[in-house]
Design a protein around this ligand. Structure first.
Ligand code: SF4
Length: 424
């Protein structure tokens, strides 16, 4: 057993636990996709100029970014405790809500600076919520780099919405909630598929409007669309909803299992589900065929970044024939990933947490055909002749479901093709 390894509980090699320097974005980054999804909300980061710069450059990646987020910048006087940060915050919120009456929900998003000076944003949200109710709901969560990596910002945001979900009566009919922010086009595809399968009572968390939060009760079941929603899942369970255990909807295998698990929970005939899904599966497999020729037998190393690593590695290994050199993840949620781990090829090396120097040593020693990593590591590795894929691109791109399976494979195949072209 390698040093620092722990028992695994699946067929994979023991999980290598690592602790050390991290190279990932903070949870504020999630605002980039969340503000596009939740269209009547505003995200007010209570942070420093560094936070504002991060958001500006991250938003620059997104061509269609809209200004439904901003930063209340804490100046040196605030940080030194010379000014009353609460008064300042109230003033900024006041100005914002006067200028933007269309805002129905305001998220106060904590950052490293607000945490360092121990600005109590929960209390501030309560105070401002009382002041602006019923027109505006004020919630808070932390996106600070001390507490969160970039996808954990979405988890914290969605977890803050769970207490706001209306309670359904005990005799309410069964309902299904898809949990995780999906691009609208992908969400619409899934809604059409659920309707064809015969599940009509389906909603999303988050919905496009916070005003339309789905109800929750003892007959509520939920399907996680993203593997990084540990806190949100826990809060939904605490409110009495039941999690449907399934693979995550990546590739044909994952999407089939995800939809079928929901259909089984809703008592729908397996033969009918198989019949509905067949044309979608066939189309997706055709889309994957071409990419498989490029990815089969290639080696891939996942650095820990988004928590999407395990399901994506399962997709690449099982459907694309890719060889997994190492699959790192910042946090391995063993309950949510039980099925994923069972579907991994035997003996895969998993690592949890980050010690960037040790991981880079292993990348250099194994020289994989592709390394999936953060932006900060990609350039130096490319400079050393290794092909890389930015992990953040996988979070920004539509990759869930049958119709996106080919595009998902293409995201991994493209950097290798570019390298081959450059070699020629
Ligand atoms: Fe940097 Fe922290 Fe602000 Fe994120 S929250 S941009 S890590 S200072």
């Amino acid at each position: 057993m390698p040093q620092g390894a722990a028992a695994n509980g699946s067929d994979c090699a023991p999980v290598l636990k690592e602790k050390g320097q991290r190279e990932v974005f903070c949870g504020l980054t999630g605002i980039i996709w969340l503000h596009r999804k939740i269209q009547d909300a505003f995200f007010l980061i209570v942070g420093s100029r560094t936070c504002a710069h991060l958001m500006q450059s991250a938003a620059g990646v997104m061509i269609f970014a809209e200004p439904r987020f901003g930063t209340a910048i804490m100046e040196e006087r605030d940080l030194a405790g010379l000014a009353d940060a609460n008064e300042e915050l109230d003033r900024i919120v006041n100005q914002l809500l006067e200028r933007r009456p269309e805002i129905k929900t305001l998220f106060l998003v904590g950052s490293c600076p607000s945490e360092v000076i121990k600005l109590d944003l929960a209390k501030a949200a309560q105070r401002l919520g009382g002041q602006y109710a019923p027109n505006v709901r004020v919630l808070n969560y932390s996106g600070s780099g001390i507490e969160t990596t970039f996808t954990e910002g979405e988890d914290a945001c969605l977890a803050s919405l769970v207490p706001e979900m209306p309670t359904l009566p005990e005799d309410a009919p069964k309902n299904l909630i898809l949990v995780g922010s999906l691009p609208d086009i992908v969400e619409d595809q899934f809604m059409r598929l659920f309707a064809k399968i015969g599940i009509d009572n389906v909603a999303s968390l988050p919905e496009r409007s916070v005003d339309k939060l789905p109800g929750i009760g003892p007959n509520t079941h939920f399907l996680l669309a993203q593997p990084f929603l540990g806190d949100t899942g826990q809060r939904l369970l605490e409110r009495g909803a039941k999690r449907i255990d399934a693979l995550f909807p990546f590739g044909v295998e994952g999407t089939t299992d995800w939809l079928t698990a929901a259909a089984t929970t809703f008592g729908i005939d397996a033969g009918h589900v198989a019949e509905v899904l067949l044309p979608y599966q066939e189309r997706a497999r055709r889309g994957l065929q071409h990419q498989r020729e490029r990815l089969e037998g290639k080696t891939i190393f996942f650095m820990p970044d988004s928590q999407l690593e395990v399901p994506l590695a399962r997709f690449l290994a099982n459907e694309m024939g890719t060889v997994l050199t190492e699959v790192g993840t910042p946090y391995l949620h063993r309950t949510h990933l039980t099925k994923e781990l069972e579907h991994m090829p035997p003996g895969v090396q998993l690592s949890e947490g980050q010690h960037v120097d040790k991981q880079l040593e292993r990348v250099r020693a194994t020289k994989p055909d592709l390394t999936v990593c953060g932006l900060g590591l990609a350039n130096p590795l490319e400079n050393e002749g290794l092909s890389t894929k930015w992990a953040i691109e996988l979070v920004f791109s539509p990759i869930h479901g049958f119709d996106q399976a080919g595009d998902l494979a293409e995201l991994f195949a493209r950097p290798m093709r570019r390298r081959d072209v450059l070699k020629v």
